[in-house]
Design a protein around this ligand. Structure first.
Ligand code: AMP
Length: 213
């Protein structure tokens, strides 16, 4: 089963992805994680990506598509969950051109107030991409990953100033993306569902399972 999880930054894509990949035995592919890892390389591309992420802007379609192509093509036979990709119609078309069938597109809808609350308390385990929240989904031990015990970090772009740019980038491209997948769901065998993501992690998870089962 191949799934796309859409939604604004802070809508809970990463958190829900953790549950879904466990439940259905599929692989999570996060462009945010791939880009953060590329940004650590001390080369021109790495520096360019770092600067764009720090501004809360979108990395160019060309770079993102190049970086994600391999992960998608090498995905496991059970399927994958795309977290943070596609973010533009150009990326959606590139994905369609791989001829890999997408079964579900789930769009997490959330208010801006809730986004700010979630973003400002978010903690991350960088090597695995596991996401926690200081209040809504705290780790067992303060600032430590539940599985490895490694330190958790607050993402540099998870602050009120940068989130404003990230949201404005999201709203700039999102309407066209919704139109694209609404049409795809009418023409092809793909389901597109919007899910109210203002509720608790468990409630959202139950809604997602209902769609996917
Ligand atoms: P995320 O971890 O999904 O919140 O992504 C963090 C940052 O990586 C975003 O603010 C963008 O700068 C960049 N990014 C992630 N995915 C994409 C994408 N599909 N297209 C362009 N930029 C992306």
């Amino acid at each position: 089963m191949n799934i796309i999880l859409l939604g604004a930054p802070g809508s809970g894509k990463g958190t829900q992805a953790q549950f879904i990949i466990k439940e259905y035995g599929i692989k999570r592919i996060s462009t945010g994680d791939i880009l953060r890892s590329s940004s650590k390389k001390n080369n021109i591309l790495g520096k360019k990506i770092t600067s764009i992420i720090k501004q809360g802007k979108l990395v160019s379609d060309k770079i993102v598509i190049q970086l994600i192509e391999d992960s998608i093509k090498k995905h496991s036979s059970k399927g994958f969950l795309l977290d943070g990709f596609p973010r533009t119609v150009f990326q959606a078309i590139a994905l369609k051109q791989t001829l890999i069938k997408i079964d579900h597109v789930i769009d997490l809808i959330i208010s801006n107030d809730e986004i700010i609350k979630r973003i400002t308390g978010r903690l991350m385990h960088v090597p695995s991409g596991r996401i926690y929240h200081k209040v809504y989904n705290p780790p067992k031990y303060n600032h430590k990953d539940d599985i490895t015990g490694d330190d958790l970090i607050c993402r540099e772009d998870d602050n009120e100033y940068i989130i404003k740019n990230r949201l404005s980038e999201y709203y700039k491209f999102n309407k066209l993306l919704i139109n694209f997948y609404t049409k795809e769901s009418q023409l092809n065998n793909l389901s597109y569902n919007q899910v109210n993501a203002n509720s608790s992690i468990i409630t959202i998870n139950q809604k997602l399972k209902k769609i996917l089962d």
